[in-house]
Design a protein around this ligand. Structure first.
Ligand code: ADP
Ligand code: GN1
Ligand code: MG
Length: 344
């Protein structure tokens, strides 16, 4: 879906409803695929993030409760997090986190380490959130077999007649289909425990300061899940040599030195992992990357209704990079398993 446009009046009204009236500039910000995000400059020099929640995807009242609950809990512990300054559904206002950088690709191994430390700390910080259990904000979010079912439906409908364009991608999917249920099966057997997880650990959902201190953002999908969802999705973007939508596939592969720093950083922070979780760390990188690949492919076949897209084949380009990443991790499987052993 291409991002919708907003009139100045709409944006001004949203800001006024949350007490901001001295804005000098409101402009699109960041590269998130789901919500509509704006940076707000004011006469006072104070900056904000204004966001319109994607109500096609989220149930807004449930989401607001979850966000308020998680951010208040982190604040009560003194953990730096998103600061909610206003929330008038579907709009919300966050303090702009000054002094931090958001990136789409890792440029040096140290950055992969910082990302992994940040998400491990986030899991630790959220682990003792008081009952009741957090809401399943998007049910079956990381149920890969269910994502396969959604892809199969999209193939059957072939709503846009695009199936003819995805022969090689579907062949890759078939070669991988048998692996889809491994994590949900281990969870069903209780070999892998349910924890409070972020569930969207892509690199631009953590802001990092020059000294390595980090703030985890985009808390919309914080809910019960597996630690492996978070580690695997980190590997997907933070071990990648190129952007998620790089068209030249020769530039797309998983970099071993980034993967090593992810493992080092994550295992330094996530001391709570059991043996089954550790044994599946390297596998989770492949599975979560595959999962996002089939989600992009299904969205392409459905006519681009879910992820923001900037051009006709954007979701197909993204699906291709994901499958290339999975293949690259397969090619390095023995080395990646050895890295996990080294730090376990
Ligand atoms: P989406 O759900 O669409 O991914 P995000 O909440 O991740 O939306 O926000 C999109 C981008 O906006 C982030 O990747 C980050 O670059 C930037 N961003 C979001 N919140 C803040 C904040 N409080 N301070 C600074 N930048 C932010
Ligand atoms: C979306 O919101 P954003 O852009 O940080 C998506 C993730 C995908 C990611 C792929 C709620 O993340 O699940 O992994 O795109 N978020 C949601 O880039 O579906
Ligand atoms: Mg985001």
């Amino acid at each position: 879906m291409s991002s919708r446009t907003y009139t100045k009046e709409e944006l001004d009204a949203a800001l006024a409803s949350m007490g901001v009236t001295d804005q000098t500039d409101v402009s699109r910000y960041g590269s998130g695929h789901i919500n509509d995000t704006f940076k707000v400059e004011t006469k006072r020099g104070v900056r904000y993030i204004l966001q319109r929640v994607n109500t096609d995807i989220f149930e807004p009242v449930v989401l607001k409760n979850n966000i308020v609950r998680v951010t208040e809990f982190l604040k009560s512990k003194g953990v730096k997090s998103l600061e909610v300054l206003g929330y008038e559904n579907p709009w919300r206002l966050y303090a702009f986190l000054e002094g931090y950088t958001s990136r789409d690709v890792v440029e040096e191994p140290r950055q992969a380490y910082d990302v992994a430390r940040a998400f491990a700390k986030f899991q630790n910080d959220c682990a003792d959130i008081p009952a009741p259990r957090l809401d399943d904000i998007i049910p079956k979010f990381h149920d890969t077999p269910d994502r396969m079912r959604q892809l199969d439906e999209a193939v059957k409908k072939n709503y846009k007649g695009r199936l003819a364009n995805v022969g090689p991608e579907m062949a890759f999917v078939e070669s991988w289909r048998a692996n889809a249920s491994r994590i949900v099966d281990l969870m069903a057997k209780d070999d892998i425990p349910e924890r409070v997880t972020h569930n969207d650990t892509k690199i631009n959902n953590v802001l990092v300061a020059p000294d390595g201190t980090a703030v985890v953002i985009d808390l919309d999908t914080t809910m019960p899940g597996s630690a492996l969802y978070d580690f695997g999705d980190m590997v997907r973007t933070s071990s990648a040599a190129a952007a998620e939508d790089e068209k030249d596939l020769s530039k797309v592969y998983s970099k071993k030195e980034y993967f090593e720093q992810l493992v080092r950083g994550y295992l330094e922070g996530a001391k709570f992992l059991n043996e089954a979780e550790k044994a599946n760390l390297a596998f989770s990188g492949k599975l979560m990357t595959f999962e996002v690949g089939i989600r992009f492919l299904a969205d392409y076949l459905n006519g681009d209704t879910y992820f923001h897209t900037a051009y006709e084949d954007h979701n197909l380009v993204r699906a291709r990079t994901q499958f290339k990443m999975v293949q690259s991790m397969e090619d390095q499987a023995a080395e990646y398993e050895a890295i996990v052993k080294k730090y376990s």
